[in-house]
Structure formats: structure tokens, C-alpha cells
Design a protein. Structure first.
Length: 385
């Protein structure tokens, strides 16, 4: 765990797996600023996310803008910003990250009003520094950024941009091409899931509670998330305004290798397992993405036989949902619709969830068994179950 000894943090009573005193909302977060993926070929990856997911070009930094060690392409769709970064130097930290993990999420950037305060408060509560507060400026103003380590090699970077009017960040220029595929209707990041090793879930849940002031929204144990063969456990952590949600998964004992264990094997350690992106029309979004070549997990037709009994009345045509493989679940606040892509690279690591909330605030507990059986079928095909 990349933190200081949390037992030494004043005013916080940390003991093993439990935090007894909840942190106040000392770290107000406006939302997700961007997600940066380290990838082997940023230009080609940008083409994939534009074509398949409907992202639009926004900004670029590279040799042409004076950046000598790497290049980054920034894509946008509504409130989602993806940064795709590739290294030029084979000995760089980015190159090492790619050799170890393959393409994957490195930076989860959080939009804050005061990056210096966010850094100081999290460091005081036990975080390990990734980036000390620094100012970057150009003709469009300045931003302040700072960062801390979290699970594995994943980091959080605090971005303060109230004094900046540029296209993205200083050092980036507007990126324009003639190829602009239409949007698939993605709106914002609903949540991002981290996979950690056995016995580490409670530690990292406590990290988010103690160091970042998050609260445990819901906990799933191996009785909630299991099939005949595999199981996992999860704690969902959320910030004060509920805009940031980080489920933390760890494997649980089962007859065969779980999806979390497979991820840890191929990613070579903890990391971001999937990014859940929200839409207001999941049928449109999924049908568009399928036309563009995105592969989704298969949901057996028998799953839909019990949906009406389990969920009740919904606005959508159940036959349409069955056609596209979209699952449905409900809670006391409403219902949700969701579907999961297959991994978006050759290593069975990062994938995406498409989610539409119709009031529900939960995470599809009623779909877990069907989802995991679909994942297990893919694992069996890969020979990793």
C-alpha cells in the first residue's frame, strides 16, 4: 500500500481493516477531469476510440508542440475526456509501464477548485506523493496540478483550471482532422473499478475513506458476487457529492480462477479494470457501437425470461433489450440498464461498461450471476478459467 502509516495520522482512528471516524468532506471534487491511458500507439488508439466509441478529437501534444519524450491525443464526448499517451523513449517510465501492463489506465484526474489544498490535505492524511503542486501556463492562462499514488501504479492527479481558458492544458494545441464520426451518445463517467489482490480491498477502501474523505456506499461479498466456479468481493467508495464512485474489487475463493485473478495475472498487478460510461439512450448507444465493431459479452436468451418478474414494468421494449444483450436491474430508487464490452485490447484487462440509470443508484446486483457466467465463458475460451 503506497501510503504512510495511517496509524500516525492525527485525528483519524485507523485500525487494521476499519476506519472508526469518518473523514469530513475536506476534498471537494467537481468531477472527473480526464482519464489518461498509456498505450502502445496513441495515434492508432485515438482512431479506434473515435471510430468505435464515437469520441471526437479535441487536443494534441507531441513533437510539433515541443513535447520531446511523448505524444498525447485528447478525445472528448460530452463530459468525458480521454487522454491517450505513447512514449518516444524506450527507457522511459511510460515504456516500462507498457511493458509490464500493456495498454491501461494510468491517471484518473480529478477536477478540484484548489489543487494545492487537495494535495496538502491528502498528504497530511497519509498519501504518497506522485506530483508536487506545480503551475503550467501559456497564453490562455494557467493550471495547477498535483498528484498522489493509489493502488498499483494508478495515480490521482488534482487539476485546478479556474484560471485557464485553453483547449485542454498548457502545451496542447487544437487537434483537427477531416475524420469526425458521430457520437454514440456517451455522457459522463459513472464509475471506475479497481482490481486489487486478495486481502487488499479493505486496505484500499480505508485509504479512500481516511485519505480522501470518501464513504463506503455499498459492500458486496462472495455470496452476492459468485457463480458455481468463481467469486469476488467489492466495496464501492464515493466522494461527498456522489460524483466520483470507485468500486474496489478483490478475488474470493472459488473452484476456478476468477476474473479479478485473471486481470491481476495479465496486468501484472492492481489496476483499473473497467470504466463505466453513462448514456441517456442505451439502445441507441449499444446498437451504434455494435455497428462500429465493438464486441460485447454474450447474455443468454434465458436471462430475459425472468426480467419482468424480477424488475417489474420498464419503459423499454424487452425484445429490443434482448436483441442487443442489455441487462436490467432495479433497486428502491428505480432501475438501470447495463452492458459490458469484451476487453478492448489483446490482454484480458481493461473493458468498458455502458450504463443508463432510470433512477437506480445501485450497480446491478441482480445481474451479477449472468454477467459472471458470460465472463467465465470468455475465460474458458482463453484457457484462463
Amino acid at each position: 500500500m503506497k501510503t504512510k502509516d495511517l496509524t500516525e495520522v492525527k485525528n483519524y482512528n485507523y485500525s487494521g481493516e476499519k476506519v472508526f471516524e469518518k473523514a469530513k468532506d475536506f476534498l471537494p471534487i467537481n468531477g472527473t477531469d480526464y482519464v489518461e491511458l498509456y498505450v502502445g500507439n496513441a495515434k492508432q488508439s485515438a482512431h479506434f476510440y473515435k471510430t468505435a466509441f464515437g469520441f471526437q478529437e479535441l487536443a494534441y501534444a507531441g513533437l510539433e508542440t515541443g513535447m520531446r519524450d511523448k505524444c498525447s491525443y485528447v478525445l472528448v464526448q460530452d463530459r468525458i475526456r480521454l487522454v491517450l499517451t505513447s512514449p518516444f523513449n524506450p527507457e522511459s517510465e511510460i515504456s516500462h509501464h507498457l511493458r509490464m501492463h500493456g495498454d491501461g489506465v494510468k491517471v484518473i484526474a480529478l477536477w478540484v477548485d484548489d489543487a494545492r489544498s487537495a494535495y496538502a490535505e491528502t498528504i497530511r492524511r497519509g498519501a504518497e506523493s506522485f506530483l508536487e503542486p506545480s503551475v503550467e501556463a501559456d497564453k490562455d492562462g494557467e493550471i495547477v496540478k498535483a498528484g498522489i499514488h493509489t493502488y498499483g501504479e494508478t495515480v490521482h492527479v488534482f487539476i485546478e483550471r479556474k484560471n485557464y481558458k485553453g483547449i485542454f492544458l498548457p502545451g496542447y494545441e487544437k487537434w483537427e482532422t477531416e475524420y469526425r464520426p458521430s457520437s454514440t451518445g456517451l455522457k459522463y463517467i459513472d464509475h471506475m473499478v479497481g482490481n486489487v489482490e486478495l486481502g487488499e480491498m479493505n486496505k484500499w477502501a480505508a485509504f479512500y475513506e481516511t485519505v480522501m474523505g470518501f464513504a463506503n456506499l455499498v459492500t458486496f461479498d462472495d455470496k452476492d458476487i459468485s457463480t458455481e466456479y468463481t467469486a469476488l468481493m467489492s466495496k464501492v467508495m464515493t466522494n461527498g457529492n456522489g460524483r466520483i464512485k470507485f468500486p474496489i474489487n478483490e478475488p474470493a475463493k472459488g473452484k476456478k480462477k476468477s476474473q479479478v485473478e485473471e486481470y491481476l495475472d495479465f496486468y501484472r498487478g492492481p489496476g483499473c479494470q473497467h470504466i463505466a460510461v453513462a448514456t441517456d439512450d442505451i439502445v441507441f448507444t449499444v446498437s451504434e457501437m455494435r455497428k462500429r465493431g465493438v464486441e460485447f459479452l454474450y447474455v443468454p436468451g434465458s436471462y430475459y425470461d425472468s426480467v419482468k418478474d424480477r424488475v417489474g414494468t420498464i419503459e423499454e421494449d424487452l425484445n429490443e433489450l434482448k436483441k442487443w444483450g442489455i441487462m436490467v436491474d432495479k433497486d428502491e430508487d428505480g432501475y438501470l440498464l447495463q452492458i459490458f464490452t469484451k476487453p478492448v485490447e489483446d490482454r484480458p484487462t481493461l473493458f468498458f461498461e455502458i450504463i443508463q440509470r432510470k433512477g437506480a443508484k445501485s450497480f446491478g446486483k441482480g445481474n451479477f450471476r449472468a454477467l459472471f457466467e458470460s465472463i467465465e465463458a470468455e475465460q474458458a475460451r482463453r484457457g484462463t478459467l
